[in-house]
Design a protein around this ligand. Structure first.
Ligand SMILES: [Cu+2]
Length: 167
């Protein structure tokens, strides 16, 4: 009996997760429809939300920045580079996380990140992220950094990212 219940619970969980996934795709479809209604709007099609940076202390030297980049326009775009004040970090790279045959997680720089027309891309821990290197000081939860993102379309965005403590 308990086994049956456990199986039912798993099916229920899968159903809930499935619905949530479908819900997300639904939202993206809506965004795409809106973009189609207004047509390609040029320079302001790219927006960023939920930008945050991992807090660091004790001169760990590097940290990660994460966000959701949305493209409401009719043309694909591509994040080419990111920057931050030289008082904060010496360099910013775009990284992807890969899992090797030995199951170890590694990061490597990538040339850019595609943001599809009417779509979005999520930069997140364990996935694509911005890597701040050669950190000049600690980052304390509650403070805000300004990141500059440069896209292939020529769009340059200033993004406010809040510093958050590790969970
Ligand atoms: Cu990295």
């Amino acid at each position: 009996m308990t086994r049956v219940r456990r199986v039912l619970l798993v099916i229920l969980l899968a159903a809930v997760l499935g619905v949530r996934l479908i819900g997300r795709f639904g939202d993206e479809d809506d965004a795409a429809d809106k973009a189609n209604d207004t047509g390609p709007s040029g320079a302001s099609a790219i927006t960023v939300r939920d930008a945050w940076v991992h807090a660091i202390a004790g001169s760990s030297g590097i940290t990660g920045a994460f966000m959701i980049i949305e493209n409401s326009g009719g043309a694909a775009d591509r994040l080419l580079s990111a920057g931050v004040s030289a008082e904060i970090a010496g360099a910013v790279e775009i990284h992807e996380t890969t899992v090797g045959e030995d199951q170890a997680m590694r990061m490597r720089p990538v040339e850019g990140v595609d943001v599809p027309a009417g779509g979005s891309v999520k930069l997140e821990p364990g996935g694509i992220h911005l890597m701040l290197l050669d950190m000049k000081r600690d980052l304390t939860p509650g403070e805000t950094l300004t990141l500059t993102l440069t896209f292939a379309s020529g769009v340059q965005l200033e993004v406010s990212a809040s510093v958050r403590a590790p969970e």
